[in-house]
Design a binder for this molecule. Structure first.
Ligand code: FES
Ligand code: FES
Length: 919
């Protein structure tokens, strides 16, 4: 029998501790599991992400790479040690004031890295901040507000402390739920589970396409007594197939004998954590028969190609089409035409929090807590898989450490739900980083061809687009991408003749799903390149060309929809003008000196329909008032770091007429909230925000009616009563006389909003969205033409958001979107089996994201709450086209294959015969 490990003693956050664990145990694991300090996060367990950063003897260290034995006798500090007697430290306060934490999963690591710097250098320069924080990845913020915060410790920051009633909308309010993200108290998917929960580990396919047979499991159980169960597809009591659309439920929870992509779930091992981790995949009795895989859309769509799914002839999941006017006739008559082709890869969401959660059965009900963007869809999908009524599943979202579309599809929740239901034991699961990357959805790779034409004056006449999108093995959100692409492919311009088609084709790649933009970032590469080409041909400046063609109120989109209001692209372009000319001139002046470094400035524009495409898209929110005067917003809109909780409160507070600071929020719990749809498609501020406004107005009108007060009355909510005042009169509504509902509320306001849209006809004509976001961005780059290295030096971003409910949050979304757009343009490429980790799959670090200047345009949307519309996806879309335009300005070469890595840039320069460009 092994002797128990000797205790390792060290100082932790100022007090002595002794831990009996293996000296080689990871410090991160010991902190979290032995000492209960879950503020230290684990994003990769491989030294790549920095989420686990702690301080040892005052220096920042990755706790996942530090064996416990190494801290014996030393001083360890974690994020839990930063606050002093519950008061935030100056650094934490600066993060709060600057909106430097979005989802918050990277925040503890960022804080510890920054504290290390500040302890040595209380007044650092920006380069010193970039250097000190360079080991911690953030996927949400674009880092700029983190840098601002570290440079402003002890300063005043930028927030509105507590705006008075009626002034919350438009205020720079700090996140109402922000403080736990700064102290380490926030509970993410992996941070908690019921006592005694079993662990679940998924066994996944090592092959892109294979058949398999499962042998006798008895020897495995005999060898590993801690193995409680091995679940197969036969254990699924309801449907083994899941998916987003009712017609697209084609992905097995556990594969029934055939796998269609590397990383597909085959078995679930459930038992003691140490046991299921110790079992090697090679020990499992699985006989694999690998088959030839279909890779890429060309192979998938080739005549006679093997079918990835038997029910999908030609490997076609769905086709999209938007046809308006007579594009070919317009091309024939045009003064100028341009054409090209573009290619993009699989792109990984790379949220820092891998999928995680737990489930517990309670009689005939199941509770599941999970990191998610879509609690209600999860609830319904779990019920579908278990074959039970959806009301018997309660979904409670944990804090979500980033989603970006990747946590719209069910993953861990189905498996822990199945295991807990089947075994009647609580079960938890956390995906490893490689597992998260291999198993979950990606951005669709695209192969696109496009043409555009304009008249002598540079007015667009025609646009034709043809795009093949690799939707991978299963449907996921492929239909959404195939629909959205042809609608948006001609860009935010008035084009009378359009012929846009797309196809989503099945391959043996990972399922391609939702990722910030649903295909629009890909097709924006084409329309912006063609605008630059036609601008050159027609002798117009690129910005002027876009201004001439920008869609305006009263004009029709490619689907024939007349934009009635809130079309701010022209204003965005006008706002960029003062930056554009000087940026172009400065680059050209720099280049006049010769040398291998060339500079350029480019511009990119976008539009994006907010909400589901041509589908009902409702949200319902409620706001309750208790007899004690407590105000609770019940919001089913998942806050995934984008600030939905704060924004909903700001809207509802102004509609109700009370201070935002009075509100409490219940977020996403399907037993307590109403369905507010998913946090995607840039819809929550627009759709759920409007529902929050209606809920606030409803509660207000109930209060006024019961008190018999006038419409303009000012509300003062006190314990047990509402006092209403108007024009010297006063009314009192006694809340103690009212009956309380199930949550203790005596009054409950409710609002539902479903933005109007219409179905599209066979030519894609109709009104697919109620409103659109618009934006234009300028990128300035420097290209080393000998090495092919591209550095982005500055971005100026003008976005029409209708109304900025919370400018700090809007800026944060824009910064984060730009960082992801930069990664899309220059570095991110997911290759199954090759880049399934964060050292081979590169995302922008703090040193890669340049200074960003944000210009907010507010062309109000009448349907939106106080005029607001969405910003989540619009932030990313114009960045890559702007960067490519800047590369072209710098070098005369416009790469068409993403990402533009140094070797691709260098190849493009050589292929264009531009190697002598620098003289
Ligand atoms: S968890 Fe330690 S570096 Fe990622
Ligand atoms: S706030 Fe940094 S990863 Fe989300």
């Amino acid at each position: 029998m092994n002797a128990p490990p000797r205790a390792v003693r060290f100082r932790l956050n100022g007090r002595e501790v002794a831990v009996r664990a293996a000296p080689l145990a990871r410090l991160s694991q010991v902190l979290r599991e032995e000492l209960g300090l879950t503020g230290t996060k684990v994003g990769c367990d491989a030294g790549d992400c920095g989420a686990c950063t702690v301080s040892i003897d005052g220096r920042q260290v990755c706790a996942c790479m530090t064996p416990l034995g190494q801290v014996a006798g030393r001083a360890v500090m974690t994020v839990e040690g930063l606050a002093n007697d519950g008061a935030l430290s100056p650094l934490q306060t600066a993060f709060h004031r600057h909106g430097a934490a979005q989802c918050g999963i990277c925040t503890p690591g960022m804080l510890m890295a920054a504290q290390d710097l500040l302890d040595r250098n209380p007044d650092p320069s920006e380069p010193e901040v970039l250097d000190a924080l360079g080991g911690v990845l953030c996927r949400c913020t674009g880092y700029r507000k983190i840098v601002e915060a570290v440079l402003d410790v002890g300063g005043r920051g930028q927030i509105a402390e507590n705006p008075p009633a009626g002034q919350a909308v438009g205020a720079r309010l700090a996140k109402i739920d922000g403080i736990p993200k700064l102290t380490g108290a926030e509970i993410f998917g992996a941070d908690a589970a019921p006592e005694g929960a079993l662990w679940l580990r998924v066994v996944r396919s090592p092959h892109a396409r294979a058949r398999f047979a499962l042998g006798d499991l008895a020897p495995l159980h005999a060898k590993y007594p801690g193995l409680t169960a091995v679940l197969t597809h036969k254990d699924v009591p309801g449907s083994n197939l899941f998916g987003i659309y009712p017609t697209g439920k084609d992905q097995p929870v556990l594969a029934p004998g055939e796998v269609r992509y590397r990383g597909e779930a085959v078995l679930a091992l459930v038992g003691e954590g140490a046991t299921i981790t110790a079992i090697r995949d090679e020990e499992l009795p699985i006989a694999w028969e690998p088959l030839d895989a279909i890779t890429g859309t060309e192979a998938a769509l080739a005549e006679g190609a093997a079918r990835v799914q038997a029910a999908k002839p030609g490997n076609v999941l769905v086709r999209g089409r938007v046809v308006r006017g007579d594009a070919e006739a317009a091309f024939a008559q045009a003064a100028f035409t341009a054409e090209g082709s573009w290619q993009t890869p699989f792109v990984e969401h790379a949220y820092i929090e891998p999928e995680a959660g737990w489930a517990r059965r309670e009689g005939d009900r199941l509770t599941v807590a999970v990191t998610t963007q879509t609690p209600y869809m999860d609830r319904d999908e779990i019920a579908h898989v278990l074959g039970i009524e959806k009301e018997r599943v309660r979904l409670i979202p944990t804090a979500c450490g980033g989603g970006f579309g990747g946590k719209l599809d069910a993953s861990v929740q189905l498996l822990v739900g199945l295991a807990a239901w089947k075994l009647d034991r609580p079960v938890r699961c956390t995906f490893t980083r490689p597992e998260s990357m291999a198993a979950t959805t990606k951005r669709h790779p695209a192969k696109m061809r496009a043409r555009a034409a304009c008249d002598q004056d540079g007015k667009l006449l025609a646009y034709a687009f043809d795009g093949d999108f690799d939707t991978g093995a299963y449907a996921s959100w492929g239909p959404t991408v195939a629909d959205r692409v042809p609608i948006h492919a001609a860009g935010p311009y008035a084009v009378p003749n359009v012929h846009n088609v797309s196809v989503a084709a099945h391959t043996n790649g990972p399922p391609a799903g939702a990722f910030r933009g649903f295909g629009v970032p890909q097709c924006a590469l084409a329309h912006e390149a063609l605008c630059d080409d036609l601008a050159g041909q027609s002798g117009l400046d690129p910005l002027e060309f876009r201004l001439r063609n920008a869609i305006r109120k009263g004009e029709s989109t490619a689907t024939g929809q007349v934009i009635e209001a809130s079309a701010g692209l022209a204003e965005c372009l006008e706002a960029l003008k003062p930056h554009w000319g000087p940026a172009r001139d400065a680059a050209e002046a720099y280049n006049a000196h010769g040398g291998a470094l060339r500079r350029g400035a480019g511009i990119g524009c976008m539009w994006y329909g907010c909400g589901n495409t041509s589908m009902s898209n409702p949200s319902t929110l409620r706001v309750g008032l208790s007899s004690k005067g407590r105000i609770t917003l019940y919001s089913g809109a998942a806050d995934i770091g984008q600030g939905a909780n704060t924004v909903m409160v700001q809207i509802c507070a102004d509609a109700l007429g009370v201070e935002a600071g009075r509100f409490e929020v219940v977020m996403g719990d399907t037993d307590l909230t109403a369905d507010a749809g998913k946090s995607s498609a840039s819809r929550q501020t627009f759709v759920s925000g409007r529902a929050a406004q209606l809920a606030g107005e409803d509660l207000r009108s109930q209060i006024l009616r019961r008190a018999n007060a006038g419409g303009g009355a000012v509300l003062d909510i006190a314990e047990g009563a509402v006092i209403l005042r108007e024009a010297g009169q006063e009314w009192i509504l006694d809340l103690g006389n009212l009956n309380a509902g199930p949550n203790g509320d005596v009054l409950l306001g409710e609002g539902t909003f479903d933005p109007p849209s219409t179905p599209l006809d066979d030519n894609g004509q109709g009104a697919p969205y109620a409103t659109y976001g618009f934006a234009a961005q300028i990128a300035e780059v420097e290209v080393d033409v000998e090495l092919g290295r591209v550095v982005v030096r500055r971005i100026v971003a003008a976005h029409d958001v209708g109304r900025a409910i919370n400018p700090v949050q809007v800026e944060g979304q824009i910064h984060g979107g730009i960082a992801q757009g930069l990664g899309f343009a220059l570095m991110e490429e997911y290759v199954p089996g090759v880049s399934e980790n964060l050292h081979d799959y590169l995302i922008p670090t703090i040193g890669d994201v340049p200074p960003i200047e944000v210009i907010l345009i507010e062309d109000p949307e009448p349907l939106g709450p106080f005029g607001a519309k969405g910003i989540g996806e619009p932030a990313l879309i114009p960045t890559a086209p702007a960067i490519l335009g800047a590369i072209q300005h710098a070098t005369g070469v416009r790469p068409s294959v993403l990402p533009v890595t140094p070797h691709r840039m260098r190849e493009a320069i050589l292929a264009a015969g531009r190697e002598g460009i620098h003289g």
